[in-house]
Ligand binder design. Structure first.
Ligand code: XIL
Length: 304
């Protein structure tokens, strides 16, 4: 496969539960998505509370719809959010027995990865294991019951559920936080030393007005390549109201990431339309509210 140019944050379901509009009902959204991108990933629809809201009761509609759309338009789908810090339903949060939680993870992964076998071939198995501004593991629902081993266990369960899939660990802010960058690297080295089946690192790459220092992405990507891992940019966006500064950051990140050999450049959505960005009120994306390309779009196009 060639380079994936993707949009994450696609909501395909719909929804009176706070998840907002169903983007795939919007013809302009569908057109830009299929014309400009060759990959997509669900925004929230794969997160546990939405896809298995009650034990053993799966709600496949949203993800099915996204996968069908992608098939029609010859696009790939990334499975974002098998495990996240948020979004666990009460019945999962109530589990205190490690064996029971392991079994819940296994049946969740098997059901989802089995259903989309051959249709979704890469997954964010664990997202944001580290504290947002720190260097230690988040004490999330998985950690509380399984301890730090939850990460290794999740990857092993995922590998068993789909031996052919590419398995990613997703993390944020490492490009702008040197101690966290080191902590992620150390975590990954430890996982690999234990034989954990990890194929790649998904760098979220949400930016503010201060993008990463030149050279940081290159160094990071090379360090993971040296470990035999793939690196992707999974959720790029730039949260600033200055469209020119924004375009510079988009262009610089994409140019450096491509030169370093990433396999995917995905943004977290693509239109600034109301309720189509993940931080309400901000205009972080490459297309404006009316789906017109912004300077960021041209900067990215020039960098490709
Ligand atoms: C965000 C969604 O976009 C929001 O709709 C939701 O309320 C919270 O999660 N990093 C991630 C994504 O990996 O899962 C997050 O998605 C954005 C930050």
């Amino acid at each position: 496969a060639g380079l994936l140019i993707g949009s994450g944050a696609v909501k395909a379901g719909y929804f009176d539960d706070g998840r907002g509009p169903n983007y795939l009902d919007d013809p302009r959204f569908r057109d830009v998505l299929s014309e400009q991108f060759n990959s997509a990933s669900p925004e929230n629809d794969l997160k546990w509370m939405f896809i298995q809201p009650e034990e053993g009761e799966f709600d496949w509609d949203s993800l099915d719809r996204l996968v069908e759309f992608a098939e029609e338009h010859d696009m790939a789908v990334k499975g974002h959010g098998l495990i996240s810090n948020c979004c666990n339903p009460d019945y999962v949060r109530a589990i205190t027995d490690p064996g029971e939680l392991r079994a819940a993870l296994a049946s969740h992964f098997e059901a989802i990865m089995g259903r989309y076998d051959g249709k979704i071939d890469r997954w964010d198995v664990v997202s944001e294991p580290l504290e947002v501004f720190g260097t230690t593991l988040q004490q999330n629902d998985w950690y509380r019951v399984l301890g730090p081993e939850y990460i290794a266990e999740a990857f092993r369960i995922a590998r068993a559920a789909d031996p052919d899939a590419r398995l990613f660990l997703n993390e944020n802010m490492v490009e702008v936080n040197a101690p966290k960058r080191q902590a992620l690297y150390d975590l990954v080295v430890g996982l690999l030393a234990d034989g954990v089946p990890l194929d790649g690192i998904a760098l979220q790459m949400h930016q503010t007005i201060n993008g990463p220092q030149p050279g940081v992405i290159t160094e990071m990507v090379e360090s993971y390549h040296d470990l035999g891992l793939e690196v992707s940019i999974a959720e790029l966006d730039v949260h600033t109201y200055d469209p020119v500064a924004q375009a510079d950051i988009y262009g610089d990140v994409v140019a450096e990431a491509l030169a370093a050999g990433v396999t995917e450049i995905s943004t977290w959505g693509f239109t600034d339309a109301h309720l189509y960005t993940w931080l309400p009120g901000s205009k972080p994306l490459m297309f404006d509210e009316d789906y017109n390309p912004k300077p960021a779009y041209f900067a990215v196009r020039d960098a490709l």
